[in-house]
Design a protein around this ligand. Sequence first.
Ligand code: ADP
Ligand code: MG
Length: 703
Amino acid sequence: MVSLKDDIQYLKGVGPVKARSFKGKGIEKVKDLLFYLPFRYEDREFIKPISRLELNTFSLVKGKILASMVSTTYRKKIKLFEMIVSDEAGILKVYFFNMPYLKNVLKEGETVYLYGKVVKDNYSKGYFSMQNPEFEIETKDDVSIHRGRIIPVYRRIGALNSKKIRELVFFVLKEVGEEVKEILPDSIIEKYSFPKRKDALKEIHFPVYKEKYPFSRSEFVESLNNFSTLFHKRMIYEEFFLFQIGLKFISRKYKRNKKGRSIVVDLKLKKYIGKILPFKLTEAQKRVMREIVEDLTSLQPMNRLLQGDVGSGKTIIALMSMLIVVKNGYQAVLMAPTEILAEQHFLNFKRILKDTKIKVSLLKSGLKNSEKKKVKEEIESGVIDILIGTHSVIEGDVCFKKLGLIVIDEQHRFGVIQRVKLYEKGITPDILVMTATPIPRTLALTLYGDLDISVIDQLPPNRMEVETFLFYPDQISRVYEQVLKELKKGNKGFFVFPIIEESEKMSLKSALEGYKTIKGIFSNYKVGLLHGRMKTGEKEKTMREFERGEIDILVSTTVVEVGIDVKDATFIVIEHAERFGLSQLHQLRGRVGRGGKKGKCFLIAYSQKSEDTLRRLNVFVSTNDGFKIAEEDLKLRGPGELGGIKQWGGGGFKFANILRDRKILERASTDAEFYIKNNLLSKEVFKKVKDFFDEEFKFINWG
Ligand code: ADP
Ligand code: MG
């Protein structure tokens, strides 16, 4: 007897060794196997006569093994097992690489089923062939789950290939599939005409096309492969719904949590800050500041997302917020995505705060152990008011005396889970997340839970749009001319390369190679080099030389991408622009033209072939609007581009993809809100929400 709750080890055909591989993939219990999804489906309903095979299609054939042999390939000395299979009307050549033992498995005279891609290649000499096809030997009691139907294909786990996993899943569904319990409220199932949970799981693993469907069989297979059948949608919805219920529950719990801090912003403090400010705030910055002050002075912890295009002036908002907290007797932390940026914030803040008694410190990896220890002690004793660093400042063993505010600059790694972790530790800081990436509201809600959004929708005065030009490699001398013009005016700028060093695999220009070339061409000017593999100290030194104007041209990798603020840089040349996402290019372009002088951006694109690339780059050339650019990115390059969203900090969804399934997420979120507000969730359903959450997020205290 099997039970869904059994340890996977005890499932027939698994055992301790395979169980270890399973557990490595998070499959601990028998039930978890049902949530290991096929990533692809193949229609193996029909056996295709060999004579009617089509090149480059996947097909199922059945035939007799006429001959077979093992040989060694000339070039790479690989063991090759080949056989000739015939279904009387046609001949198929079949190759297996590195599997000589198959000689004893697939014997001459046997009848086999083969499924694979039909090709003609060097080996097959004009015949159709298959390489490493999935195979099955015909047996007497000929029932099989591997053909005559739509087949699920699974990613291999350790020694278990797709076929083995298919057999295990089939067995589990057959034995205990009926035990899978419903989780969603009946009213939801009715509302969307969803299939029952157990039926959805069954169909997702072993889909059956039904005549009554209003679409064709091949359309059905296509929607299976897109994860867009009603069975998939139901499971996607379920994940979102449970997740949203849990999130909303937690948010409510902590909404009621007071932060136990009284922050006051009076006239005196306003004057104090006003004196420190190096410039007049824009209207948008003022509005955002008012929103933040309201949060800081309220009794509930702030959870605010600040969106503002590249160069819109988010840093000063961070500084002012931190000053408010510090002048009220608390500590503040600023987390940056890179050490270079942390260093820059540190120097910037020190400069602005040089006439105050406020103590700013930088915690970075380059510090000696004794120095690190000292910083940590000073944080614990409260000597340090403002701490700056990468995300390591909040993880690990750093203890604050009185932490009041965390500001997160340009990174999404700090999501709702991280926040709840702090809360559970009894720390309720105000949290401000700053980003230039325009995240759709629903996504932001999923990432950060119940949060408020502020937007800086205005650039500081005297900011001119960066002019952007697209060039091809054979026009590079024209780019050099333009750069020379800028240099002659006394300006400085960047050359950005996609990689540090050349590699055999990719024929890309590298920063090291570019550094040599550019030094040769602009021999009258000082050229510097900056990349991620340099030591922290060297990076800092180079950055400072560039800022002070001791370096005219900084050759670098994308380490300068985010946040770097060198006021009087005017030009940026981006090699292999086709390799970058538009949002990334926009960040890079945002490094120039920050100090009232016009900025110029030169893209050099190496693949002129792809129309799509050209179109993308032309969109980029034609607009400076970060929101438009992000949208274009989403359209053309897909979700990956909204960098960082994948690391939103949850255990991860099994069915759902927050970008692909945005619409379902929206519905589930609205429904969840409605069900919580109106108390429509039965105790039973709510218990299931907790179970679901506890599996992913064990630290949550539901009390
Ligand atoms: P981002 O939003 O990309 O982080 P920054 O905070 O780095 O932008 O600001 C970009 C540049 O604009 C900085 O050099 C900053 O000093 C300057 N800046 C910000 N706000 C103003 C303002 N209100 N007036 C003038 N310059 C400003
Ligand atoms: Mg910034």
